[in-house]
Design a protein around this ligand. Structure first.
Ligand code: ADP
Ligand code: ASP
Ligand code: MG
Length: 598
């Protein structure tokens, strides 16, 4: 007999009929000999309604009271679900997060899980009862009710599956699995049989709302297999596991974040600590930034651009203004007519020709790419918002995502948790604490920068097609916002291909009115790898802080869910590595002891 966790999202419990239908699934699973834990979200749009109600009364409601209010949505659902189970002749007990004892930190409205006792749930399961857990909520050390962030019931489900060592963690929702992109935006999208944690993590944080990104982080950390499936069907859905669907495919999925705002800060001093001052002020507001691009200053001045969600723009602007006051120079410009389109795939780290294919596809349709950032497994571009969905479709088509790769594989749905959960309980920083696995130094690359590139469609495509034609492997790419004609494009290539890459860059300058190419052998790439790199907003800050403290300037940055990469002056390579290693010593050390645990 195994334990099954079944989570039902809002639309899956939107009315009494749907609640009964979900209850029937749980009872059927129990009749097949399983112990069943259900995790239930608030009915339909109940949480949105509660948010709205709060706004009518107070536009800045105290976060503690917001949690008190929002947690009621799930409390309604669990009680009704328990009644539904009883009406079907089975036994059930509903429990709030507090009653289970889901302990979180005190950051209201976005609390992180620290520990979950299993005694009470196990006892009820052993009494043949179906346990119905309220999703999205917990309790802090002072018995305050907390919530885990919007969409957080997925996280509750994965966390319960982890601590109970469940045999399956089924996420029932209103689509029948994970698609290559949001099927509501692109009906052509294809359901994947399985997707890797890392790809799902990136997609979730880049706009694929089917799973909460922290639930995927949790699943990766504790080896929980997630099975995403349709609430009103018996068909198998998609598995989220360690391996991707196809070992050879470069791109596995695409996503769009429509409501992205571009923040550009011009004419700030090009010296260590500048980015720190700015990002510290933003992180203090708990805002996650993406697509950070810092232009290498030709005139002793630097420009920094990055994106934030529209909803965070006003607070970000205030924070940046404070930072600029402190720096004594710089101008702030913001745009809200942009969206981020991204492709994700574990396979792209090993292949050339992925970025240029994406850029050419957009260029051929006359879509101007306003910014570019890449990481090992994703490429994001910023485009005009009006053309965002069209760009998503073009890119999805270009990588033939609607067609299953010939070597598509599906893992067996076996036992769902793979790691030793005993270790989890003793984890001092809490179950969702930051985990840094490695701080790495890569001195094998050089950097090419083309400054003052024209702001028109096709420039990036032109550059990277010519680079790919020489079989040069490009690692990091960043292109800054070009609206004022000052855009620059930087990328890194293996040192032994730097000369060849520079010759290509120079040969293209004639087509790029007034652009200038420079190259540097003397760069070093530092990386911090782990889990929660982006969701813990402090990681980037800590990196900037430690490098600035040593007087080291960061020339290029990129961030993903699992890694932060920083390109610095090659002469400071060792010094930078030391600085980062000591900045993360506390979390790194924990990993060292963890890996010694048998
Ligand atoms: P629930 O209330 O069950 O948690 P959500 O609305 O949070 O459901 O998530 C399901 C929705 O996620 C789907 O209706 C779909 O539109 C959206 N979605 C976005 N990206 C994807 C994707 N790549 N695959 C599947 N669904 C996606
Ligand atoms: N009810 C919460 C929300 O709407 C949690 C969830 O549905 O996952 O955000
Ligand atoms: Mg959801």
């Amino acid at each position: 007999m195994g334990i099954i966790v079944q989570k039902f999202g809002g639309t899956s419990v939107a009315d009494s009929e749907k609640i009964l239908s979900a209850a029937r699934k749980a009872v059927a699973a129990q009749e097949q000999g399983n112990q069943v834990v259900m995790v239930v979200s608030a009915m339909g749009k109940n949480t949105d309604m509660l948010v709205d109600l709060a706004q009518q009364i107070n536009t800045r409601p105290p976060a503690r009271e917001m949690d008190m209010l929002l947690s009621t949505g799930e409390q309604v659902s669990v009680a009704l679900m328990a009644m539904a189970i009883h009406s079907l002749g089975a036994q059930a007990v509903s429990l709030t997060g507090a009653q289970i004892g889901i302990r979180t930190d005190s950051s209201h409205t976005r609390a992180r899980i620290q520990s979950i006792p299993t005694d009470r749930m196990r006892q009820l399961l052993d009494e043949n009862k179906i346990v119905i857990a309220a999703g999205f909520q917990g309790i802090d050390e002072n018995f305050n009710i907390t919530t885990l962030g919007r969409g957080g019931s997925d996280l509750t489900a994965v966390a319960l599956a982890a601590v109970l060592k469940a045999d399956a963690c089924e996420i029932y929702t209103d689509v029948d699995g994970v698609y290559t992109t949001d099927p509501r935006i692109l009906p052509d999208a294809r359901k994947v049989s399985q997707i890797s944690y890392d790809e799902m993590l990136e997609l979730a944080s880049l706009g694929a709302g089917v799973l909460h990104s922290r639930s995927v982080e949790f699943a990766k950390r504790y080896g929980v297999t997630i099975h995403v499936r349709h609430s009103f069907s018996e068909a198998p859905g998609s598995l989220v596991v360690a391996e991707s669907e196809s070992p050879t495919q470069a791109v596995g999925g695409a996503a769009v974040t429509k409501n992205e705002s571009l923040v550009s800060i011009k004419d700030i001093p090009d010296q260590p600590g500048t980015s720190l001052t700015i990002f510290e002020k933003i992180a203090n507001e708990n805002i996650t930034v993406d697509m950070i691009v810092q232009n290498i200053g030709l005139d002793g001045k630097a420009n920094i651009s990055f994106t934030v969600l529209d909803d965070d723009l006003a607070v970000t602007q205030d924070a940046v203004r404070k930072a600029l006051d402190h720096l004594g120079s710089g101008q702030l410009e913001c745009r809200q007519d942009v969206s981020k389109v991204s492709v994700v795939g574990l396979g792209m780290a090993q292949q050339t020709g992925v970025a240029d294919h994406m850029f050419r596809t957009l260029a051929a349709a006359g879509v101007n790419i306003q910014m570019i950032t890449t990481s090992e497994i994703k490429i994001s571009v910023l485009v005009e918002r009006e053309r965002a969905e069209e760009s998503l479709r073009l890119v999805h088509d270009a990588f033939s995502l609607q067609t299953a790769p010939p070597d598509a594989q599906t893992k067996d749905i076996g036992g769902s948790t793979e790691s030793d959960i005993a270790e989890v309980a003793s984890d001092l920083v809490g179950m969702e604490g930051l985990r840094v696995d490695d701080v790495l130094l890569d001195e094998s690359q050089g950097r090419i920068t083309i400054s003052q590139i024209p702001d028109r469609p096709g420039v990036a495509a032109h550059v990277f097609e010519n680079i790919a034609a020489e079989n040069i492997f490009v690692d990091m790419i960043v292109q800054s916002d070009g609206s004022d004609g000052q855009a620059s494009l930087s990328f890194t290539v293996p040192r032994n291909q730097l000369d060849a890459a520079f010759r290509v860059a120079e040969s293209l300058l004639k087509d790029m009115d007034g652009a200038i190419a420079t190259s540097s052998l003397e760069v070093a790439k530092l990386s911090i790898a782990g889990i929660g790199m982006r969701s813990h907003t402090g990681v980037a800050i800590r990196s900037f802080q430690s490098l600035a403290g040593e007087g080291i300037n960061v020339e290029m940055v990129n961030t993903s869910e699992v890694r932060i990469n920083l390109v610095i002056d090659g002469n400071a390579a060792e010094q930078g590595l030391q600085a980062l290693s000591s900045a993360f010593a506390d979390v790194l050390q924990k990993k060292a002891t963890e890996s010694n645990t048998p």
